[in-house]
Design a protein around this ligand. Structure first.
Ligand SMILES: *Cc1c(COP(=O)(O)O)cnc(C)c1O
Length: 384
């Protein structure tokens, strides 16, 4: 079956990203690849084997269902860690499979201990601390009883990690808040050490923290967006630009390309309206090509009269509104565009490139959002 578009995932780009990240974090720090949001839209089942080929043995997910998919997809016995949603009813399966998980509230901690006791196994937990993100994590006031519960149940708990997550390490405007969080985490860590509690790994850094706050790189980093070849924000890139090696000023390589093809072409006359409504009136006699991707495929309606795609290596503009399944582009200045000609929505063609970040300029979509909104049913092809 011919799909209306497809996504390529580049293995060689992935290898370069992992090389760069290794050079950033050093040999002693483990890289956990974050694969939530279906591996940021790339597909868990595509990314896990490529990551393992590059020596990765640790993956982080948001939820239990994703963790089970990683567990299935892994051929190297990689460790899997759930950072968010895990229903108590699923604890048994998760503990049996040796999957580790964040614990940030008493209810889950208690249920984990109960379940581990019943199974006569140890639950692998990462104690998450509240340091200023204000979403999940144990509070400073919880420390005494928390330490007590952890100690009393150490036969059933494997203390895999002590962790936190930063609120906005991707922007300098949050500098004070992030600094305060780092301090807060250190205070917790010190207190637990002083009270005889050791954790296997101390980990706090996401991509932005890894790239902008080297002191947050500890035993492990949890890297998502950078591993897929995108900077968390333009700001993070600008901040690091000077310090990047002269011969590698662009060390992160986008993995995905999103491609489609021309479905149909049409001549329109000056004064004709293109598409629904009257948002675009042809200012001259034109040739329009129809491309079968629309907001139903994750191509935002905000790109109406704004978006650009590549055809014959040239940048051409979306004219009229983005509809559910298609866009019209202006190919008047290209020579004989034909049905089935390749259309690049994200990626390179000839000497031109459309980046994921460029969508942010016209739609305010952050890199993360564009990727995770790519529908699951667009076929993904792993290419070299
Ligand atoms: C998403 C997430 C990460 C990874 O974030 P990136 O910006 O993609 O590197 C790390 N830690 C936690 C807790 C997360 O939720």
């Amino acid at each position: 079956m011919q799909h209306t578009s497809y996504i390529e995932i580049s293995k060689s780009a992935y290898a370069k990203n992992i090389d760069f990240l290794r050079s950033e974090v050093g040999k002693k720090t483990e890289i956990s690849i974050v694969v939530k949001g279906n591996a940021y839209g790339h597909g868990i089942e595509n990314i896990v084997p490529i990551a393992e080929e590059n020596g990765i043995r640790h993956f982080s997910t948001f939820s239990a269902d994703e963790a089970l998919r990683v567990h299935e997809a892994s051929s190297q016995n990689s460790q899997v860690m759930i950072m968010g949603m895990l229903d108590n009813a699923n604890l048994e399966e998760i503990i049996l499979k040796g999957i580790s998980f964040f614990v940030f509230e008493f209810d889950r901690l208690e249920a984990a201990i109960e379940t581990a006791k019943k199974l006569d196994l140890k639950a692998k937990i990462h104690v998450e601390l509240e340091t200023g993100f204000h979403r999940t994590g144990f509070e400073w006031e919880d420390r005494e009883w928390l330490a007590k519960v952890l100690e009393e149940n150490n036969a059933f708990l494997d203390l895999k990690g002590l962790c936190t997550h930063y609120a906005g390490a991707e922007s300098i405007s949050n500098y004070v808040r992030v600094r305060r969080q780092i301090k807060e985490y250190k205070k917790f860590r010190k207190w637990f050490s002083a009270n005889g509690l050791k954790f296997e790994k101390y980990h706090t850094a996401c991509s932005a923290a890894t790239l902008s706050y080297p002191e947050t790189i500890m035993d492990m980093v949890r890297v998502g967006i950078a591993s897929y070849g995108l900077w968390p924000t333009m700001e993070t890139y600008m901040y690091r630009f000077q310090s990047l090696p002269e011969d590698n000023k662009n060390p992160l390589k986008r993995l995905i390309s999103w491609k489609s093809s021309v479905m149909n072409t049409k001549s329109v006359q000056m004064g004709d309206f293109v598409g629904y409504g009257s948002s675009y009136m042809a200012p001259r006699d034109m040739t329009i090509a129809l491309v079968p991707i629309g907001y139903g495929h994750g191509y935002s309606r905000l790109l109406s009269n704004q978006g650009k795609v590549l055809i014959h290596g040239k940048m051409v503009s979306v004219v009229g509104t983005v509809t559910m399944n298609s866009i019209a582009v202006d190919v008047t200045d290209l020579e004989s565009v034909q049905k089935n000609d390749e259309v690049v929505i994200v990626g390179c063609q000839g000497d031109n490139e459309i980046t994921v970040a460029s969508f942010g300029e016209s739609t305010q979509q952050v890199n993360y959002e564009l990727l995770t909104r790519l529908p699951i049913d667009i076929p993904r092809k792993v290419v070299s």
